[in-house]
Design a protein around this ligand. Structure first.
Ligand code: ANZ
Length: 869
């Protein structure tokens, strides 16, 4: 994934993914593949523009500076990118095609304008992104923010919901990310049900189609009602209809005003205003205390024929389903909390079967004081108290699945509703009221409100040169101030090139993009597929998301398993490896939080104890014990230590430049790959950088230390090499880079035991090292007498026959007792084995003067003499 070139420069999290693709790119090149390893900058965006507004520096200047810094840092780490293809989303040559694609979307009705609420901050004179609004105030300056409807460009991603869902199955992506996309698309199957509304008379002008709903009187259960005479709800649990004891409409529901009884008018209005300040997340959080007010109107539950009150509450969202629900407090967690709070009736209509009860714990109310209310159960089970012969609906005894189907059939028959599939996915709000982004390639004719796509020959529509990129003072884009637009000309994707390269074989990036970039890009690509620009349905066949690197913890595990412990040789380092002193490292010592957990009586307890409260303790009070920590004053009390995400505010950010200065680029690459599996979350430890650094130094000395000979390698030496080739190849191909490095280390350990190191064995080793530590490997390659680069040398192949040793330790027994072992060729004959056995002192002792009655020889396994006593 291309980075956003922030002002802070590269973070140690970046090289984790970038080293991984670089290792693979280098391996595949050496294996003879044609590799395209691209890089670019996702460089439009808010921070550069915010900075511009504060300092007056044009965003282009800041962005260019940041890109240059990022490029320099990536080059310093030796990533083998195809720099000829470097792209920046801010260059007109690039966004020409973004615009071209936008025009195609527009022509197909997939891009449209709609009135959508934006966060308008009058004091700052700008529209804010959701992340910039905290509790209804601007993050910067703490000014009030209002939600204001404005015309925005939207992309109709919802049209692709089913395909985005179904095509996930064929992708080689982490299951967690596929699941996140599935949840985000959120396909829910259920029913729409119409409830007849009672009470208040409608206004004569009948603004809303449903206004006539308000004229209906109680018709009794199951009575058909005209579609416009009611309040429609969406439910995924039609089986629970008998338990619907009240209804809720969202504050933005178009019928709210008409439904509100005169005496409730001011209460409802006040409530709606408050709700408008809240974000969707705040409104729907399950943990949050629910709020709402009674509208004073009532509806009729079509199954029971009973009147139920209609409330307005902000836990019901205006833009999902029909914006109204039937509330079933006995079986829905949110409804349950709400009913408890406002003392609304709770009616159980589903009984958990024994097996289901075990699987899913019933939920309890959040307010213990109201515990007299029945407990709720959100799972499936068997319908109870759910029959009404009069209306022709008898559900008792049916499973949740059967009852739902029965209700849907009944709804259709009575014309009260129908099966319905809904999606959580919304259309993609594509507009930002900003200067620093690619302009929309749309024109409006003088005096017309009708948008038209700019002719393709006129693309790109470049961002106008202006110093006036500040907010215009109205919710419009600063571009509204600009009247002068230059034009330009050119083709999007070469079909031959597309055929050759796509889909991307491997895409690596952080999991935080799971449902934004990774979903949008799939949609965008599918549109390109539909219009014939690309021939593959999906852009990224295989996806790997690298784990996050957390700040240093002092309780980090020992870097190597015992057999890897590397001796402390003098630091004879080359410029390729860099140079360091321990003192320099202290600035890296980063904070870890130490915590003791206690129960309400102050007794120390485990972290997951139900009444555990966390008490922070100072590092000085803590002592290391084994793999964990204890309190110095009372070592029987355990202390948890926890590392954190690197952040400026915690002061635990590690700067890759510093690591490179101290240890060299190869050490940073190798360390980030050696930390653990690529996909895992890992904790930074500078002490471990030192460890891989020593390994590189040993490798260097192995090649340059004077013990390299033109000698013929021994069988043992060949065996070490071929084991290394096999393991490094397999582990690297499988992206298990940490174990690949272990294999390299094992080879070096073995080689240090040899008196002379044959060049024929070292040469392939240097090639194996190259993808991981390219700088050092290139230098060693030259040390071995080569001139050019090794980047395109053939990847070493292993010989299966050489993997196993040709000798083995033959156990020699006398009368079944082991009397000696001797190293012999695997294919040794019985005769040779016997004569060697006789030469062994320990064996001969037991054979001398005895009569050998029988000799048992299992080739390659054992030799046993049976002698008379
Ligand atoms: C009655 C019911 C009974 C429900 C029950 C659930 C459990 P998903 O799975 O997310 O699609 N709902 C419907 N529209 C809503 C809206 N606009 N805002 C908030 N909640 C809404 O959930 C669908 C369920 O969420 C629906 O099914 C409805 O509550 C609620 F035992 O209806 B249910």
């Amino acid at each position: 994934m291309f980075p956003y070139p922030s002002g802070a420069g590269l973070h140690v999290g970046h090289p984790a993914g970038y080293t991984a693709t670089d290792i693979l790119a280098r391996l595949r090149r050496m294996q003879g593949y044609n590799v395209l390893h691209p890089i670019g900058w996702d460089a439009f965006g808010l921070p550069a523009e915010q900075y511009a507004i504060q300092t007056g520096t044009h965003p282009r200047v800041t962005t260019e500076k940041n890109i240059n810094r990022f490029r320099q840092q990536l080059q310093m780490l030796g990533f083998s990118y195809d720099w000829d293809r470097e792209v920046s989303t801010t260059s007109p040559e690039y966004y020409k095609w973004t615009q071209w694609i936008f025009c195609q979307l527009f022509k197909r009705g997939l891009a449209y304008q709609a009135e959508v609420p934006v966060n308008w901050c009058p004091a700052l004179g700008t529209v804010l992104a959701n992340e910039e609004v905290i509790n209804g105030k601007s993050e910067r300056g703490d000014h009030p923010v209002v939600r204001l409807p404005m015309k925005q460009w939207m992309l109709r991603i919802t049209e692709y919901a089913d395909r985005l869902l179904e095509d996930l199955d064929g992708l080689d992506w982490p299951d967690s990310i596929k699941d996140m996309q599935r949840n985000w698309i959120g396909r829910s199957q259920g029913a729409n049900i119409r409830f007849a509304v009672q009470g208040k008379q409608p206004p004569h002008h009948a603004r809303q189609p449903a206004a006539s709903a308000l004229q209906t009187t109680d018709r009794g259960a199951g009575a058909p009602v005209a579609a416009d005479a009611c309040l429609e709800v969406f439910t995924t649990r039609p089986d629970t209809i008998f338990g619907a004891t009240y209804m809720v409409i969202g504050p933005e529901h178009p019928l709210l005003e008409d439904l509100t009884a005169a005496e409730q008018k001011s209460t409802v209005e006040e409530y709606v205003q408050k709700a408008a300040q809240k974000s969707e997340l705040e409104r729907t959080e399950v943990q949050k205390v629910k709020s709402g007010v009674d509208t004073g109107s009532q509806a009729v539950n079509p199954a029971t024929g009973k009147r139920v009150p209609i409330w307005v509450a902000d836990y019901v969202l205006g833009n999902y389903g029909s914006g109204a629900i039937m509330a079933v407090p006995a079986h829905d967690t949110r409804d349950h909390a709400f009913a408890q709070q406002y003392r609304l009736p709770v009616l159980q209509v589903v009984k958990a079967s024994a097996a289901e009860e075990e699987q899913q714990l019933p939920f309890t109310g959040k307010t213990p004081s109201l515990s007299s209310t029945p407990r709720g159960y959100a799972g499936s089970g068997v319908a109870v108290s759910s029959s009404n012969e009069a209306c022709g609906l008898t559900l008792d005894g049916l499973s949740t699945h059967e009852a739902s189907a029965a209700v849907i059939r009944w709804l259709q028959e009575k014309q009260l509703g129908a099966a319905q599939t809904n999606y959580k996915l919304r259309d993609w709000l594509f507009a930002r009221q900003r200067y620093w982004g690619e302009p929309f390639p749309i024109v409006f004719e003088e005096g017309s409100e009708v948008p038209q796509a700019v002719p393709e020959s006129s693309l790109p529509l470049t961002l106008p040169e202006t110093d006036n990129f500040k907010p215009s003072g109205s919710p419009e884009s600063p571009l509204a101030n600009v009247s002068d637009w230059p034009w330009n000309t050119e083709r999007p994707v070469d079909p031959e090139v597309e055929q050759y390269w796509l889909p991307v074989d491997l895409y690596v990036g952080g999991a935080e993009h799971a449902v934004l970039h990774l979903l949008y890009s799939r949609f965008w690509h599918k549109v390109l597929y539909d219009i014939g620009v690309v021939t593959k349905k999906e852009p990224f066949q295989s996806l790997v998301s690298q784990g996050m690197i957390l700040g240093e913890a002092s309780s980090a595990p020992v870097p190597y398993p015992a057999h890897h412990v590397i001796d402390f040789w003098a630091h004879a380092l080359t410029s390729a490896i860099g140079c360091t002193s321990h003192a320099e490292l202290t600035s890296f010592h980063l904070q870890v939080e130490y915590t003791v957990y206690r129960d309400q009586d102050g007794n120390p307890v485990d972290e997951d104890h139900p009444s555990a409260t966390a008490c922070r303790v100072d590092e000085a009070e803590v002592e290391k014990r084994g793999s964990g920590h204890v309190l110095r004053a009372d070592p029987s009390i355990r202390v948890s230590s926890r590392a954190h995400k690197m952040s400026k505010s915690r002061g635990n950010v590690v700067n890759p430049d510093d690591v490179v200065t101290m240890y060299g680029a190869d050490s940073l690459r190798l360390y980030e790959m050696f930390m653990g599996p690529l996909r895992d979350t890992k904790v930074w430890s500078t002490a471990q950088v030192e460890g891989v650094h020593r390994f590189l130094a040993r490798s260097y000395r192995l090649v340059t230390g004077g013990s390299v000979k033109e000698a013929e390698p021994s069988k043992d030496q060949l065996r070490s090499l071929h084991i290394a080739i096999k393991r490094v190849t397999e582990e690297t191909e499988q992206m298990r880079f940490n174990t690949g490095i272990s294999a390299l280390m094992e080879f070096v350990n073995a080689a240090y035991k040899w008196n002379a190191v044959p060049k024929a064995v070292l040469q392939p080793f240097v090639l194996l090292l190259a993808p991981y530590a390219p700088h050092l490997a290139e230098e060693l390659w030259q040390e071995l007498g080569h001139t050019g680069s090794l980047a395109y040398e053939g990847w070493p192949a292993y010989d299966e026959k050489l993997l196993t040793s040709s000798t083995f330790k033959l156990p020699i027994q006398v009368n079944g007792k082991l009397r000696g072992t001797v190293e012999v060729a695997k294919d040794i004959s019985q005769r040779d084995a016997e004569s060697i056995a006789h030469e062994q002192e320990g064996v001969a002792k037991f054979l001398d003067g005895k009569q050998i009655k029988k000799t048992i020889f299992v080739p390659g396994r054992i030799l046993n003499f049976i002698v008379s006593k």
